[in-house]
Design a protein around this ligand. Structure first.
Ligand code: UDP
Ligand code: MG
Length: 265
């Protein structure tokens, strides 16, 4: 880490049980970002129980945040963003699947005026079922959340710091960051990146977690479309139910007043 008050770039890396990737990733990173004017590396250990934190503590000149228990990638990113002091923030996965040599490309795109640059795993090195579910999720997110990004959930992203720090995280919404940022009116671009197979450890996002991600998409839709004006959503249902109630009341009043029936029965 180059020690400076405000580094040019903060690299934020979330890790959950990635012990064996820690050292090789650090070595690769150092080599890949040598050319940057200044940087800091912030690792966020998301409650690992495989010795990831211990491995991180062996590294020199890096920042480490750690959770006592697993809170999920969204919370890990949020914590990293809060601590980051760079002009730009770059995130990448801690499992060696994202190639650190791509980092300068993200910086170049940010310098060219993007507020968020998101990676696109053009040749994704993941099992078929994952690619499949992810295609559907991306398609839905594109349609519903109104974004043109191919690969929303790519862990490799570059941000202008204030954009990253302004994101409100809930659930596993890190999957939809480009949609959220786009909705805020920022400029979002995407760049193809080199994606690699997982070498060590296991994926934390199987089919179920991907599926659960749809619920976060629905939440997101509410946030996007109805947050500022909840009556646009709840109002219609309320109006319909209210109207039905009124009709029933008029009918019952009619029975009582005109036909003279006891309506208690
Ligand atoms: N991760 C995390 N907290 C979690 C799950 C995952 O910090 O609860 C990290 C994980 O260690 C990795 C990145 O998020 O660095 C992406 O996770 P993973 O590689 O398991 O996802 P995949 O690449 O299989 O979609
Ligand atoms: Mg991975």
């Amino acid at each position: 880490m180059v020690h400076e008050k405000n580094p040019f770039v903060s690299i934020v890396i979330p890790l959950y049980n990635e012990r064996d990737s820690v050292l090789p990733l650090f070595k690769e990173l150092q080599e890949a970002i040598r050319g940057l004017p200044s940087y800091e590396i912030i690792y966020v250990d998301d409650g690992s129980n495989d010795g990831t934190l211990e491995s991180l503590k062996e590294l020199q000149g890096v920042g480490i945040l750690s959770f006592v228990r697993n809170h999920g990638k969204s919370k890990a990113l949020e914590a990293g963003f809060a601590e980051a002091r760079g002009t730009y923030i770059v995130t990448l996965d801690g499992d060696l699947q994202d190639d650190p040599h791509e980092i300068p490309k993200f910086i170049a795109a940010l310098e060219a005026g993007s507020d968020l640059v998101t990676g696109w795993k053009v040749h994704r090195k993941d099992p078929f079922e994952k690619r499949f579910v992810s295609k559907i999720a991306n398609g839905m997110a594109r349609m519903l959340a109104g974004s043109s990004v191919h690969d929303m959930n790519c862990g490799f992203k570059g941000y202008r710091a204030e954009v990253a720090k302004g994101i409100e995280f809930f659930g596993d919404m890190h999957r939809y960051i480009p949609a959220v940022v786009l909705h805020q009116g920022y400029r979002v671009s995407e760049i193809p990146i080199n994606h690699r197979e997982r070498k060590f450890g296991r994926s934390k996002y199987g089919m179920w977690r991907l599926f659960a991600g749809f619920f976060d998409l629905i939440t997101l839709l509410f946030v996007r479309r109805f947050f500022d004006r909840p009556m646009h959503f709840f109002g219609l249902g309320g109006l319909a139910i209210g109207a039905l109630g009124t009709l029933i009341l008029i009918y019952l009043s009619w029975l009582r007043l005109v036909d003279g029936l006891t309506i208690g029965n």
